[in-house]
Design a protein around this ligand. Structure first.
Ligand code: CTP
Ligand code: MG
Length: 173
């Protein structure tokens, strides 16, 4: 990859995944106490989402996604980017919730590692949004999407480790 290609990749990476990444990262910073599932159990007797998915986290995530969407649309000088990034941010948070829903169905407790799912649930949902809205195409942008997901997985591992050393998280994943 040449330097020009790398900077083109980074520009598009930030454009399409910046807001969803911020939306997904914000909840870690606040210590939410009101679980979205209200402590309720699914039909399998396990929690619907678990204590790691809180209303406070969801709200700060949406707020972060909103601010990132505004900032990025200004940077890229495109107002049409605002609704796109807002949708992608909301989708990212829904993806994170879905990831926890799947983990609970698999019998994993809050914070138990689920490799790939932990790192990519939100990014997959953001990608699906971009595909559905026609901003990315599965035929033309497959290598961009694959590279972005790989970058997000690595970034996720690194930032979670930092959050762990800062005692924002109990476990390094
Ligand atoms: N968080 C939150 N509300 C959300 C998402 C995340 O409060 N909607 C906070 C929780 O404190 C959570 C932390 O961010 O512990 C890290 O998120 P994540 O790694 O997704 O949750 P886990 O604790 O690992 O839980 P799970 O096993 O469900 O993934
Ligand atoms: Mg987790």
């Amino acid at each position: 990859m040449s330097l020009v290609e790398l900077s083109a990749f980074l520009e598009n990476f930030i454009k399409f995944y910046g807001a969803p990444m911020i939306a997904n990262a914000m909840p870690v910073l606040i210590n939410g106490s009101k679980p979205i599932d209200g402590g309720r159990l699914w039909i399998d007797g396990k929690r619907v989402f678990g204590d790691g998915k809180t209303w406070e986290g969801l709200t700060t995530g949406l707020l972060g996604g909103y601010m990132a969407s505004l900032a990025l649309s200004t940077y890229f000088n495109s107002t049409s980017l605002i609704p796109v990034l807002l949708t992608a941010s909301a989708a990212a948070l829904l993806g994170d919730l879905t990831g926890s829903f799947i983990k609970r169905r698999l019998g994993l407790r809050r914070g138990d590692p689920a490799p790939l799912l932990d790192q990519l649930d939100f990014a997959l949902f953001a990608t699906l949004t971009h595909l559905a809205l026609g901003n990315l195409s599965i035929f033309n942008d497959l290598s961009f999407i694959a590279l972005s997901l790989a970058a997000i997985a690595l970034l996720h591992i690194a930032t979670n480790y930092i959050a762990y050393t800062l005692k924002l998280k109990n476990r390094p994943w």
